[in-house]
Design a protein around this ligand. Structure first.
Ligand SMILES: [Zn+2]
Length: 210
């Protein structure tokens, strides 16, 4: 094996940062077998995914606490109600990126409007729904009692449902409930494997079933 000539690879000039001694030492020591490195990296990938949700949750939670601090009058978490949570969701709308057509807009109900319109950008229902889920969990983890969780109250659920229905109409996108999948044919437990055994032990099995 030959090391590639440095002069040919250094045309960009950016690789001058890597000292040549590292290239020489790595040539002598073979890299660890790929099988050994596959395990830890897969675990790390899974952990990374988890920490992304966790960090997002923490960020959302800090945003909400900041919102409470800036609230006028200031609001403590213990006095926070579902109405305040809804107020928070409305406040977030100004940072939204989803066009929601008003009833008077010519594009109302069109999924792919052919042109621009002055309708406001809002938080998409799916974003709010996921946000509430994270904040509900964060509240639980912060030690709040489940009965007092302002993110889990009925008013917030109703608000989210209203947002979903309104955005579905305005954007022409039906947010369907989980489509009921046709249940896969369930093999009858007794028909295939148990036929011979059931026939042999007919008396004892019938008594145990009833
Ligand atoms: Zn519009």
């Amino acid at each position: 094996m030959e090391l590639p000539a440095r002069s040919s690879s250094s045309s960009g000039g950016s690789d001058s940062l890597s000292p040549p001694s590292i290239a020489g030492s790595s040539n002598e020591q073979p890299p660890p077998p790929s099988a050994a490195s596959a395990g830890p990296s897969a675990v790390a990938a899974g952990r990374h995914q988890l920490s992304r949700y966790e960090s997002q949750k923490r960020r959302d939670w800090n945003t909400f606490l900041q919102y409470l601090r800036n609230h006028k009058p200031p609001l403590s978490l213990s006095r926070c109600s579902g109405a305040h949570v809804i107020e928070f969701l409305r406040y977030l709308d100004q940072f939204g990126k989803t066009k929601v057509h008003g009833q008077g807009c010519a594009f109302f109900g069109q999924a792919c409007p052919p042109g621009p319109c002055p309708c406001p950008l809002r938080q998409a229902w799916g974003s709010l729904d996921a946000l509430i889920g994270r904040l509900r969990a964060a509240y639980d983890e912060s030690g709040g009692s489940p009965e007092a969780n302002p993110f889990a109250v009925r008013a917030v659920r109703i608000y989210l449902r209203e947002v979903r229905d309104a955005q579905a109409k305005a954007r022409g996108i039906p947010y369907q409930k989980k489509k009921r999948k046709r249940p896969p044919p369930v093999p009858a437990a007794g028909s295939a494997g148990g036929s011979s055994a059931g026939a042999a032990a007919g008396a004892s099995s019938s008594s145990s079933v009833s």
